[in-house]
Write a protein of this length. Structure first.
Length: 119
């Protein structure tokens, strides 16, 4: 296990299915310690994408970014299969007490049940 952890933190390609590095640690690397994959520090690109995500989500929440109809976006649908919905579900639940103008139905399976139950 220690070897696998060291391989993950060093950017080795341990995702055998996709033949690539797993970069979970890079997404959470707020200290900006360089993380190398194939000899290239991936942190500048990771930080750039995180900034784009912050700007985009901020523009949705503020109402600056609008939907096709020109109206403010009030619903975001996250479709997760096989556990990929766990992170968004946790974040949605954690942020619920502070309130948000955005509703986020989460589909964990190919079912319309969560959407059809919207109040």
């Amino acid at each position: 296990m220690r070897d696998a952890i060291a391989q993950m933190f060093s950017g080795e390609k341990i995702n055998e299915t996709e033949k690539r590095a797993v970069l979970h640690v890079a997404l959470r690397n707020r200290s900006n310690i360089p993380i190398y994959v194939d000899g290239v520090d991936v942190m500048p690109e990771v930080n750039s994408v995180l900034k784009q995500m912050e700007d985009f989500s901020g523009s949705i929440i503020s109402g600056e970014w609008r939907g096709y109809s020109g109206k403010e976006i009030t619903d975001i649908i996250n479709i997760g299969i096989g556990g990929s919905d766990l992170g968004p579900a946790m974040v949605t639940e954690a942020l619920r007490p502070i309130g948000s103008p955005i509703s986020e139905p989460i589909l964990s399976r190919m079912s319309m049940e969560p959407i059809s139950q919207k109040p």
